[in-house]
Design a binder for this molecule. Structure first.
Ligand code: ADP
Length: 867
């Protein structure tokens, strides 16, 4: 049976009818329907959910012609199940009983109380603490692309606007949302999911009616008017995001109090390739955080700090003033070892205030959240106490912290230190908070004492020494007498239950105390819940202030983290300026230097957009070309988030955009040809890079014939130098390209030095001026284990090629060996007189002119396999 297609007939029970009506209101979500102690799922939802959750699928009315597939999960532990459904990209609608079943006439009233989606998860169910969970809303308005990004579990909300689709796509890729919201509207005017498919990757695509993309919703939000006035397309996208959140949360998303301008011209632009190639937040091969730049820089102590650092990394600044402000704070922390320790230990006591606050705002926080909030506010206060008396900029950081003493005191004075998870079963509120509650509790414990006293009194009165007063949920309090003493039971005892070896009784007196105890307990629990809810509402009202304080603490955490890394790994403060210069002395790769066992060799890189702006890097494979290029980009990027950098000294002219064209292994996996990918990437660079950009090109033109490739690489390099004028590092195996430096002032040749030693090479890892005389491909092949015979032969073929020995028809005489002719040279056993082998045939069929060095290596490898 399809979704929403459960046609109930007259025979359907009222409950099934109720279910079907509710299901119609949320056809695209898995409906979790509260029935007693379970959340049940039916029909197709049950089939899907049982599969994802790995729980048993059964059915109601098994013998019917139309059995009803069904599966369920216990209500008190529903959260892990919800997270699992969200993780697998499903939406979940939670349907609760909204009246007391005991008071209900007929079917208990039920309503959907909230909807969770992969991108709207205000409770933060199953989310990693260090990762943000974004919903991105996108719309097209008057030819502009509006983008709004919201994080429901923290209240983060930003909006930005783009004139081109490419820009929008690269911004979306940077955000990496879990869910993308599009406007459902007229064809032609709207964006289609496939327009964005490169960027949205694994995200769930949802739609909302175009009319809901309305900026009016921003009115109540701080900063909303500014966005609406300056960026109408962005404001509409933001309106769409808010409408979607409102629908999911069944009410105004109270955790969202402020909207900021995202993206924008004060940020470096980063596209998907660069984010991936530079391994900013995850590694290329495993996709893991470990080994990424974020991993290398993250010493944060708080969840909000870790999330913010991730955002800083993806949004490097381009404004020198803002960058220097961060550097000043980092420097202050670098200079104070004791200060670092003190701030660090205060930060360590801060829980995830952003997420707790959001849960409070949506009335989902429990007492443990509030206890954690009290502790966090105390620590935040401590932070202010440490930084406040210091000089600027630290005192300025402190001034942004609002310790909210009043709220903290009330939380600490009201909620016990270690409250239980459940908010309705009491044990939450401290004594002394409410006189009425204390009296009730006294009455309850008085009643309990009376009951305990009754036990000894009854023992004495009846002479039954083993008589006990016990309690269970069904009968309440009762007296229990074993069968041996049955005859001593007085008449005033009323028998309630007979067991195998005992009888259970009650007395009117016992029931009276019981009522006092149980009634009192019930009232006390309700009162505790009321006090707790009141406090939670108070927290909800303080959302904006709490978020601002939490944000300030998160920033301090990030700055301290950068300082700790700088101290531990000996980084220097770079000079950041508004010029096209880039000078790095003794630069290191922040990740490679930590992962390799041998000593990392530092390198200098100097470029200047007005003068020498392109460095042509040659050197054999494995020499360290791509390492030195990447480290240059990473150092510039680190400088622009305010971090110190792994170098002795650095001067960084602000980079507006980093472009990378390196390897294409994952595009290959997607089935695109290497060459096409290379060319597409190169054309983006030539079209979009400017004089303030930084361009890394690690080989280009390799997927075609040697001459084609060289010609293209040559033309690309020239254009980058002459017209684009971007600072460029260009690694290549075509040493013909090093000729360019003779005619172009702005191009310099550098090589990653190697030393020839006993016929082999030693990697020196040092970038030095000059061009590598040859490719050393054969040396590297030798290092890699190709047999000596093949290596010697390859050397011969190479010198023939280099000497330009061609035969009558113009192909290189590769078969001619130095010492004689191929045919009498039996040294390699390849060219034996009789019966030319497969290998010989393969070689003579080969058009050496049209293969690349890489293909040549592969062929050598293949031939070797045959011998
Ligand atoms: P290429 O791009 O020239 O093929 P890589 O940059 O990939 O070479 O470097 C190959 C390996 O050499 C790296 O994985 C690293 O282990 C090592 N390496 C590179 N640069 C250095 C350096 N400056 N100091 C020490 N080891 C280095």
């Amino acid at each position: 049976m399809g979704r929403g297609a459960h046609n109930y007939n007259d025979k359907a029970t009222p409950m099934v009818r109720q279910y079907s009506q509710i299901k119609e209101s949320c056809p695209d979500a898995i409906l979790m329907f509260r029935l007693g102690d379970f959340y049940e799922m039916f029909y197709n939802d049950a089939v899907i959910a049982s599969n994802i959750l790995n729980i048993t699928l059964t059915s109601r009315n098994k013998n019917d012609a139309n059995p009803m597939p069904l599966c369920g999960v216990p209500y008190h532990s529903v959260e892990p199940y919800i997270s699992k459904l969200l993780e697998s990209g499903r939406k979940v609608a939670i349907c609760d009983q909204v009246e007391d079943p005991k008071l209900a006439k007929g079917v208990v009233r039920r309503e959907v109380t909230r909807i969770l989606t992969p991108g709207v998860n205000a409770e933060g169910l199953g989310l990693s603490s260090s990762q943000a969970n974004y919903l991105a809303a996108v719309c097209l308005h008057d030819g502009l692309y509006g983008l709004a990004v919201v994080e429901a579990s923290t209240g983060y909300f930003s909006a930005s606007e783009y004139s081109g689709r490419a820009e929008l796509v690269s911004e979306l890729a940077r955000v990496a949302p879990r869910e993308v919201l599009l406007a459902r509207g007229r064809k032609g005017s709207r964006l289609e999911a496939r327009d964005l498919s490169e960027a949205v990757g694994g995200a769930l695509v949802s739609e909302l009616d175009e009319s809901e993309f309305d900026s009016a919703g921003l009115r109540d939000i701080e900063g909303g008017d500014a966005v609406a006035a300056e960026m109408p397309a962005a404001a509409r996208a933001a309106g769409g995001a808010l409408a979607y959140l409102t629908a999911a949360q069944m009410g105004r998303p109270a955790q969202v109090v402020r909207i900021e301008f995202g993206g924008g011209s004060t940020m470096m632009r980063l596209d998907e390739q660069t984010k991936r190639n530079l391994e900013l937040v995850s590694t290329m091969r495993e996709g893991s955080r470990e080994g990424s730049l974020l991993w290398a820089l993250d010493c944060t102590k708080t969840a909000a700090g870790a999330r913010l650092l991730g955002r800083w990394l993806l949004y490097p600044l381009t404004n020198c003033g803002l960058i220097e402000a961060r550097q000043d704070s980092v420097e202050a922390f670098v200079e104070g070892a004791e200060l670092r320790d003190a701030v660090s230990s205060a930060l360590a006591e801060i829980y995830d205030v952003e997420r707790i606050t959001s849960r409070a705002a949506t009335a989902r926080a429990n007492a443990r959240d509030l206890a954690a909030l009290a502790q966090s506010l105390a620590a935040i206060s401590k932070l202010k106490g440490i930084l406040g008396p210091l000089e600027a900029p630290l005192s300025e950081l402190a001034s942004r912290i609002d310790p909210m003493e009043g709220l903290r005191e009330r939380l600490a004075a009201t909620i016990v230190g270690e409250p239980p998870l459940s908010v309705r079963d009491g044990g939450i509120v401290r004594p002394g908070v409410s006189e009425e509650l204390d009296e009730l509790r006294d009455a309850v414990s008085g009643g309990k004492r009376r009951i305990a006293a009754m036990e000894s009194a009854e023992r004495e009165a009846t002479g039954i020494g083993s008589l006990k007063i016990r309690y269970n949920k069904v009968f309440g309090y009762y007296l229990e007498v074993t069968n041996a003493h049955r005859n001593k039971v007085p008449d005033r005892y009323i028998r309630k239950q007979t067991l195998a070896n005992a009888e259970r009784y009650i007395t009117p007196e016992l029931k009276e105390y019981e009522q006092r105890v149980l009634g009192g307990e019930g009232r006390a629990k309700a009162m505790e819940y009321e006090i707790f809810s009141e406090l939670r509402r108070e927290v909800a009202c303080a959302v904006a202030r709490l978020q601002r304080s939490a944000q300030a603490a998160a920033e301090i955490d990030c700055l301290l983290s950068l300082a700790r890394v700088a101290v531990e790994h000996d980084y220097a403060r770079p000079k950041v300026e508004d010029t096209p210069a880039l000078e790095i002395a003794d630069g290191r790769h922040p990740i490679v230097e930590r992962l390799i066992e041998e000593r990392f060799v530092p390198n200098d890189v100097t470029m200047d957009g007005d003068g020498r702006r392109m460095i042509m890097v040659t050197g054999p494979n494995m020499a360290g070309k791509s390492t030195v290029m990447r480290q240059t980009a990473l150092i510039a990027l680190m400088a622009q988030i305010g971090s110190f950098v792994p170098a002795k000294e650095a001067r960084i002219g602000v980079v507006d955009r980093i472009f990378t064209r390196v390897g294409a292994s994952d595009a290959l996996a997607r089935g695109q040809s290497t060459f096409m990918v290379e060319m597409a990437e190169a054309s983006v660079i030539l079209r979009e890079a400017g004089p303030r950009s930084l361009v890394l090109i690690d080989e280009i033109g390799r997927g075609t014939s040697t001459f084609d490739g060289l010609a293209i690489a040559w033309a690309v390099a020239e254009d980058l130098h002459d017209r684009v004028r971007a600072r460029t590092m260009f690694a290549t195996h075509y040493h013909e390209l090093t000729e360019l430096a003779r005619t172009k002032d702005g191009i310099a040749n550098f090589q990653v030095a190697v030393k020839e030693w006993e016929g082999s090479i030693v990697f020196l890892r040092k970038l030095t001026e000059g061009a590598t005389p040859h490719s050393y491909g054969i040396h590297v092949a030798h290092l890699a284990g190709l047999p000596d015979g093949v290596i010697r032969r390859a050397d011969e073929v190479l010198s023939n090629l280099e000497d330009g020995e061609y035969d009558e028809i113009g192909s290189p005489r590769i078969a001619i060996a130095r010492g004689g002719t191929a045919r009498d040279d039996a040294q390699y056993g390849l060219f034996a007189e009789e019966a030319p082998s497969e290998v010989v045939r393969a070689l003579s069929d080969l058009d050496a002119d049209s293969i690349t060095p890489l293909q040549a290596l592969n062929i050598i490898h293949e031939l070797k396999g045959k011998v």
